[in-house]
Design a protein around this ligand. Structure first.
Ligand code: BGP
Length: 480
């Protein structure tokens, strides 16, 4: 008998702006992702508020999933997917973000995507906002800094909750909501942009913590209201939180390192999920806010909204772990986007992410102990450079090895007692990287023949991992 429960949701995950392309088709508006440049021709990732001719914007073409979703979902079905996690591009539904009526062509597109999934018995798992904010709202009110955003978001939720009722069960409000506690997230996740005139280096955005945390307060309220409204519209809807789980260890057993790690965990890992799962701000944030001169503006009734809108389940992405040290001079992890100090016991991916399968077991137990909610791992995977052999095969044994070792640890966690309900590895089909905008950083079971120099025909090719994952699903995780 399998360790994983019957009906375990095996699948894969993508995000609209990283795979759809068709950035201005059928009435779609511009999202913040559409003005971020990619790594092509050696450019570093930059935001260009005024679209520049001849510049590479990864989301504009991505992998043409908008046109080829039927072919892609058919391949997912061939692997045996039980679920497909994708996101709706907010700007297909509300192009500027503040319209009173949704864009019918956008709604129709996702009717088709959802129907195509259902045709194969694939359960849609929809991220409502995956690093996706209408640029119109950034211009109008600097996005989530403003409380008005809650209403715009709710209009969007209303439109999609009503439209896809009876067809969809699982929703996630914001992708990696806690990425906003680090400056980069304020752009990707919140769409906050203070300079609307000049191109700015992606990583060098002016950082105003007050804005990020106020923005998060508005996102918490929006998420809580969405949970409540979803349940009113369809009692079968399950709405989850999605966080980036950054497993973290003290670098040494020096109590100072242990405390530094606790502090890191609270801010980075627990703050957002504490609010979304428990329905209130945790006490430890008071000191953090005080010492960082952050004052969260709340209105009467906000606490009730948070309390009434706790999530039904918790999901997270998991790629790597790190260590924390109290020593300000400790070496920082090159490429480790979540910061921290490298762990001498772990190997590192080509992009500097430290690979730690056991950290996934630790994380699953950690989060289940804390919240007691059903959990799903909705992103996990290895970004790597793949090679097509002369005979056309793509032998990505390194990816198989990475995924196998993580699934083994998921099994251990289930044996430990964790209620794990699904697993959707990231970028189940190659797509463009969120952090670098490259095609070269590939995660897929399916190779997409498209390259950073602008060549390639977008053809889909099955990698070795495609057949491996097919077997994993067929045996409900028994054969790894
Ligand atoms: C997560 C994001 C995804 C995805 C993934 C891999 O943080 O939710 O959108 O891209 O990371 O990261 P990258 O694409 O930078 O390799």
């Amino acid at each position: 008998m399998s360790v994983f429960k019957d009906g375990f949701l095996w699948g894969g995950a993508t995000a609209a702006n990283q795979c759809e392309g068709a950035w201005n088709a059928d009435g779609k508006g511009i999202s913040v992702a559409d003005i971020c440049t990619g790594g092509k021709f050696g450019q570093s990732k930059t935001i260009t508020p005024v679209l520049q001719e001849g510049t590479f914007y990864p989301s504009h073409e991505a992998i043409h999933h908008y046109e080829r979703f039927k072919e892609d979902i058919k391949l997912f079905a061939e692997m045996g997917f039980k679920t497909y996690r994708f996101s709706i591009a907010w700007t297909r539904i509300f192009p500027n973000g503040d319209e009173s009526e949704p864009n019918e062509a956008g709604l129709r597109h996702y009717d088709e995507v959802i129907d195509e999934c259902l045709k194969y018995g694939i359960e849609p798992l929809i991220t409502i906002s995956h690093y996706e904010v209408p640029f119109g709202l950034t211009k109008k009110c600097n996005s989530w800094v403003s409380r008005e955003m809650i209403d715009y978001f709710m209009n969007y939720c209303e439109a999609i909750f009503q439209r896809y009722k009876g067809k969809v069960k699982y929703w996630l409000t914001f992708n990696e909501i806690n990425s906003s506690v680090a400056p980069m997230g304020a752009l990707l996740n919140q769409g906050i942009l203070n300079d609307l005139e000049h191109p700015t280096e992606f990583m060098n955005q002016p950082d105003i913590p007050q804005q990020r945390y106020q923005g998060l307060h508005h996102m918490f309220l929006a998420s809580a209201k969405a949970v409540k409204r979803a349940h009113e519209i369809d009692p079968d809807y399950k709405v989850g939180s999605m966080m980036i789980y950054s497993c973290s260890y003290p670098l040494t057993c020096n109590p100072d390192d242990v405390l530094a790690n606790q502090e890191y965990n609270r801010i980075q890992n627990y703050f957002c999920s504490d609010v979304q799962c428990k329905g209130a701000y945790p006490a430890y944030m008071n000191r953090f806010f005080r010492e960082n001169n952050i004052v969260i503006e709340k209105q009467p009734g906000d606490d009730e909204i948070l309390k009434e809108g706790t999530v039904d389940f918790l999901t997270f992405s998991y790629y790597m772990s790190s260590c924390q040290s109290a020593d300000p001079n400790a070496e920082s992890g090159e490429g480790n986007i979540l910061g921290g100090v490298p762990n001498p016991y772990l190997e590192t991916s080509d992009w500097g992410w430290q690979i730690d399968p056991k950290g996934l077991r630790y994380g699953l137990n950690d989060l289940y102990d804390r919240y007691g909610l059903p959990l799903m791992v909705v992103e996990n995977g290895l970004g790597a450079k793949d090679t097509i052999e002369e005979d056309g095969s793509i032998n990505d044994d390194y990816r198989i090895d990475y995924l196998r070792r993580h699934i083994e640890q998921m099994k251990e966690a289930v044996k430990d007692g964790v209620d794990l309900i699904g697993y959707t590895p990231w970028g189940c089909i190659d797509l463009v990287s969120a952090s670098t905008g490259e095609y070269a950083k590939r995660y897929g079971f399916i190779y997409v023949r498209r390259y950073d120099d602008g060549t390639g025909d977008f053809a889909r090719l099955k990698k070795k991992s495609f057949y491996w994952y097919q077997k994993v699903i067929e045996t409900n995780g028994e054969e790894l």
